[in-house]
Design a protein around this ligand. Structure first.
Ligand code: G3P
Ligand code: MG
Length: 238
């Protein structure tokens, strides 16, 4: 059985990352889930963007958290990738849930203790989407605060080193049901330890078919990929 194919920042190999275009493309391709990154604006909106600053993926400049939502909406979030995508905007998390019916991995990228987890949880609950959402973060304190607010939220520990014992301990502490591991940390040893703890492992970022085959054989439950089509339509049909 193939692993779950999780569209990393949407179908970000062929569309501008973390835009509605990338999420809709992932849905068209038949992805099992989308992954996206969220941050909070100066006025408390939850927006979908990876970098802490606007330069790389929008026509704006400066930190995301220093701008209001209205400011950020004025910037173009597609033209940097390809002129055909000009007009894409940085989406809010609420818009994303309204646009796509797929399961969603909401990766929290807080800046200090900015209440991002509480705001993101409120958006997800308002959308009636708690059941199709997995929250993850490198920020264990954000996961702890999220768990304190919601017993029902599904959490995953996001982890990038081979100190798997620490990841397992955090998973226990916050009640996470999965580990999201950077691929070079997904060694046979770490996968074995996670399996013994009944923690499914999803691995990022995998764009190569042979590599996915190796990881699938090693027991990973899912892969995050920029190119879902390579795994869902390996013969080239998209
Ligand atoms: O959630 C998996 C992966 O997205 C974590 O790293 O930097 O791509 O958000 P990054
Ligand atoms: Mg991410």
């Amino acid at each position: 059985m193939r692993p779950l194919v999780i569209a990393h920042r949407g179908a970000s190999g062929t569309s501008p990352e973390n835009t509605l275009a990338a999420f809709r493309r992932a849905a068209e391709l038949g992805a099992d889930m989308i992954e996206l990154d969220v941050q909070v604006t100066r006025d408390g909106a939850v927006v979908v963007i990876h970098d802490y600053t606007l330069e790389r993926t929008t026509s704006g400049t400066g930190p995301v958290h220093a701008h209001t939502l209205a400011d950020i909406r004025r910037f173009d979030a597609g033209g940097w990738f390809d002129p055909a995508f000009r007009g894409e905007r940085v989406p809010t998390l609420a818009e994303t849930f309204a646009a796509v019916a797929l399961p969603v991995n909401v990766e929290l990228k807080p800046v200090g203790a900015d209440d991002l987890e509480a705001r993101a949880l409120a958006v997800v609950e308002e959308a009636g989407a708690l059941e199709r959402t997995v929250f993850s973060s490198f920020a264990m304190d954000a996961l702890e605060r999220l768990r304190a607010r919601s017993a029902a939220a599904r959490l995953a520990v996001l982890w990038e080193t081979d100190r798997i014992g620490d990841a397992v301990a955090w998973a226990r502490r916050v009640g996470a049901r999965a580990l999201h591991l950077r691929k070079d940390a997904a060694t046979p040893r770490t996968l074995e330890i996670a399996a013994a703890q009944h923690l499914p492992v999803r691995v990022w970022t995998v764009n190569d078919q042979a590599e996915m085959g190796t990881l699938a054989a090693a027991g990973v439950e899912g892969i995050f990929t920029d190119f879902p089509e390579r795994f869902l339509h390996p013969s080239g049909r998209a």
